[in-house]
Every structure is written in structure tokens, then in C-alpha cells.
Design a binder for this molecule. Structure first.
Ligand code: GDP
Ligand code: MG
Length: 177
């Protein structure tokens, strides 16, 4: 007899933050294992997936990365926020404005019923640009604590950060398991 392959569970994780913080690069890094050679600005919604294994069970991790542009967001936003299992908020450590935007992103999630009951994590990206850091670990950690989120500081670009980027999304997946 020929059994159908076991259906894998799917975790839908949305990656949110200002345009340019590195959402596309982070999701690409996780799914493809490397920094993309070139990226184009996301139009509408980018969508990547990777099958991981947790405790012997195959799980399909779907990462949704949205464009910041309002005119795309308006039409996509409902779709994007449907059946979400976890939220990853991203800011750019070299861009203070992207950090200041976080409360607005958190509020948008809250309005779509994605509050504290959904696993949420905070990621400070572009840590390879050490000389340009505008958002230090202390204020970021305070902010993360105040919203009951773990903080990860990482780089989608630094080749040595492979395990780290992996760890971010694996941490989320483990929370969901
Ligand atoms: P998105 O708009 O949030 O999806 O941002 P992208 O992933 O398109 O990245 C925006 C720009 O930042 C691109 O030029 C990337 O090459 C660059 N970038 C993304 N992640 C990193 C990183 O970790 N370090 C550095 N130095 N540049 C990065
Ligand atoms: Mg993008």
C-alpha cells in the first residue's frame, strides 16, 4: 500500500518593521542560508518557507514579509494578518527612526488581534555595522521587556551570524510547538 506523506504542520510567522530594516534579507537568510546577492524592494508581500524538524516532526515555517508602502498595505493587510501564529518585529540598529516606529507596528498588530497571547519577538538587525549603531542594547532590552518580548540582536549579512539568524526563527518555532 502507498500511504500519503504525513501532512506537515504550518507555522505562519509575520515579519514586521519599517522599510529597509532588513526583513527580506533576514527571511532569505533563514530560508536559503545566505545573504541575498541583491534584493529588490518588497512589493506587496514576500513569502518564503522552510521545512524544519522539531522533535522529529516536520514543520513548515512560512515567513511573510510585507512592504512598508501604505498603498500596498491597505489592500494586503487583511490577508497578511490572517491565521498568524507568531510575530517578529524588526528594527535597524543603525536607524533610530526604525526603533521609534515599533510602537506603531505593535499597535497595528494589536488591532488585528495579535497581542501578548501570540508569541512575539524583537530583532535588532544590521549589527555588523558597528560604527553606525544608533540604538544600543540597553534601550532595546528595556523596550523588549516592557512588551514581554525576547530581544535578539543580529545581522542578516554577517557570515558568522548564520546560527544566530537560524536561532531566532527556531526559537519562535519552539514556542509554537
Ligand atoms: P526590508 O525593506 O526590511 O525588506 O529590507 P531589505 O531586506 O530589503 O534590506 C534593506 C537594505 O539593507 C538592503 O540594501 C540590504 O542589503 C541591507 N541589509 C539588510 N540586512 C542587513 C544587515 O544585516 N547588515 C547590513 N550591513 N545591511 C543589511
Ligand atoms: Mg522587504
Amino acid at each position: 500500500t502507498c500511504l500519503p506523506p504525513p501532512r506537515s504542520r504550518i507555522f505562519k510567522i509575520i515579519v514586521i518593521g519599517d522599510s529597509g530594516v532588513g526583513k527580506t534579507c533576514l527571511t532569505y537568510r533563514f530560508c536559503a542560508g545566505k545573504f541575498p546577492d541583491k534584493t529588490e524592494a518588497t512589493i506587496g508581500v514576500d513569502f518564503r518557507e522552510k521545512v524544519i524538524e522539531i522533535d522529529g516532526e516536520k514543520i513548515k515555517v512560512q515567513l511573510w514579509d510585507t512592504a512598508g508602502q501604505e498603498r500596498f498595505r491597505k489592500s494586503m493587510v487583511q490577508h497578511y494578518y490572517r491565521n498568524v501564529h507568531a510575530v517578529v518585529f524588526v528594527y535597524d540598529v543603525t536607524n533610530a527612526a526604525s526603533f521609534r516606529s515599533l510602537p506603531a507596528w505593535i499597535e497595528e498588530c494589536r488591532q488585528h488581534s495579535l497581542g501578548q497571547e501570540v508569541p512575539r519577538i524583537l530583532v535588532g538587525n544590521k549589527c555588523d555595522l558597528r560604527d553606525a549603531v544608533q540604538v544600543g542594547t540597553d534601550p532595546a532590552q528595556k523596550f523588549a521587556d516592557s512588551h514581554s518580548m525576547p530581544l535578539f540582536e543580529t545581522s542578516a549579512k554577517n557570515p558568522d551570524d548564520n546560527d544566530h539568524v537560524e536561532a531566532i526563527f527556531m526559537t519562535v518555532a519552539h514556542k509554537l510547538k
